[in-house]
Design a protein. Structure first.
Length: 193
């Protein structure tokens, strides 16, 4: 009797390839991998080291995770290379496209008040979801129209000061511009001490 080596896995399937980023969570589940293998059900699934955009992701218990604190501004499509190996050492390598969906500026949640009183809660103001866009500008103006805060870094938050001086309770206007998409939005912000 002759025992022939088993064939390699036939396919690798990812249950979902889209996710909406959460700026407060750098470890997000995206989808589950399943292996099409008619002979074996014991497989190892790994990202191929150093390939494509694999550095942003991790596979744990056959689940694909976004696992990077890097914002990758302006990037909404990622390519990964995944290898499945069965217990006989047969391998299958497959590329996947992962889509990071970004919310349009008009639907982003922008808080309308903050209290920079040093209690560790709501002490600064910003819009974390802006980190997923390229070329962002955030302006804050006082009631007279003087700009009291400006940044191009969405992770840099306003602490309620101007030139190092605490500003008093007041209403301010914010303006957000995203050059990448051509979007612009404005609204009002209440500083409460």
């Amino acid at each position: 009797m002759t025992v022939l080596p088993k064939p390699a896995p036939q396919d690798l399937i990812l249950s979902n390839n889209r996710f909406i980023p959460d700026p407060n969570n750098f470890f997000q589940a995206i989808g589950n991998f399943s292996v099409v293998d008619q002979v074996d059900n014991v497989d190892s699934i790994v990202l191929v080291q150093g390939e494509l955009d694999n550095g942003f992701f991790e596979i744990k218990d056959n689940i694909l995770f976004w696992s990077s604190a890097e914002q990758a501004s302006g990037k909404s499509q990622f390519s990964i290379k995944v290898q499945v190996t069965d217990r006989d050492g047969n391998t299958l390598v497959k590329d996947f496209t992962i889509i990071r969906e970004r919310v349009v500026l008009s639907t982003l949640e922008v808080y309308n008040s903050f209290s920079p009183n040093g209690d560790g809660f709501n002490d600064t103001w910003g819009v974390p979801d802006l980190r997923y866009f390229r070329n962002v500008k955030v302006h804050i103006f006082n009631i007279e129209g003087r700009r009291v805060f400006y940044t191009k870094n969405p992770d840099f938050r306003w602490n309620g000061t101007f030139n190092g001086v605490d500003l008093a309770n007041d209403t301010f206007q914010w303006v957000i511009e995203i050059e990448e998409t051509g979007e612009k939005r404005n609204g009002y912000l209440h500083l409460i001490r």
